[in-house]
Design a protein around this ligand. Sequence first.
Ligand SMILES: [Zn+2]
Length: 409
Amino acid sequence: MFCQIDHVIAQRSHPIIKTFEQTGNLSGRTVTIETPNQIASCHCSIIPSSLINQIERIRQDQHAEIVPIHITHDAERYERFRQQRNQPGSTIRSLVELERMGLSTTRKPTARPRPIMNVYSAQNQELTDEQLPGIFMLSNKAKQIPDQKLPPDQTAEVTLTNTNYAYTCFWQSFGQYGITGNGEPYISTIHYGQDFENAFFNGWQFIYGDGSDLFESFAEFLSVVSHELWHGVTGSRLNYFNEAGALNEHLSDVFASIAIQFTNQQTVDKGSWLIAKGIFKGYPNDALRSMKEPGKAYDIQLGETVIKDEQPDHYQQRYEGSEDNGGVHINSGIPNKAFYLFATSVGGNVWEKPGLIWYHTLKNGLLKKNATMQQFAEATIQITHQLYSTDLELQNHLLRAWREVGVLI
Ligand SMILES: [Zn+2]
């Protein structure tokens, strides 16, 4: 039976993994990695704090073993990143400029060296920013060696594989070369903390927990890795609060779905449209989010309590409270559903027209950092007009999708 690649741990015979094995000579010398400048001010995670808070409350209520949840830590980190925010000049480019740069809907990426992809271990410590990335484990570049001998580690191999799958999709489909487009190294730290129940991009690198009694190991999911990698691409273009934050989350889910379907070479009708399917231990068919059916991704028994996906799929049902940075992981269900409706009405490969429209909307759509869903929807329409001016059917599909979720009237 064909097994969809998301949870990659069982996919070790794929040719891309062989590439790593062939180039995996880890003897030689210690390597120094230049840390890229901070790309975004967000502390962009895959699991919402609202869900983590809910799990924590249930565990406490039921006198279950209390796992450290890092809420305070996360809040402090977030505030620190926010204060450190470096706002580069506008990176928005016009489509004319884009064509001049060779980035268009028809461009085939020219050969370029694959960016460095290094995996480090935090050795189950919560490393500070100064201590990160941790101890070197594995690289896609043969010349690099570990700082100290660590035993072979399947999570490290899978992290590298997933990073490579995601990069390959983003490069071949959109010409996205590295995190910001300049071939920056992909630095990943695994085994972060004890029973750490999240994965996040801290503004310059990717950090993954091993999971817990409830969650599987995060880096093993292609959708988690590609979701985090895309937070690097979105960078500071969208704030991580309220509707702009929900759009930021939405974009990471969109490109995570694209990475899965591209890696599996699936058409939109064959895609699962699930993010992190199987991440809840003992629930192989549940996922963190469903782009097809927001609100139906998971239904988990935790002790005597059931926790459920609470994503809305219509703008009128949007969450307006303050949890989860104003519902960034909650309200992302609304544009997620719109993208699903659009892509499946267009048909074919999601990384072609639908993916390109969303890509150019982010990179060139004149989005404000605090864009609302309506402004984002209007930007997708504007980009579609520019890229596919004669394709009225495509434009109608897009309009209908945004109307169906109540973002456009
Ligand atoms: Zn995220």
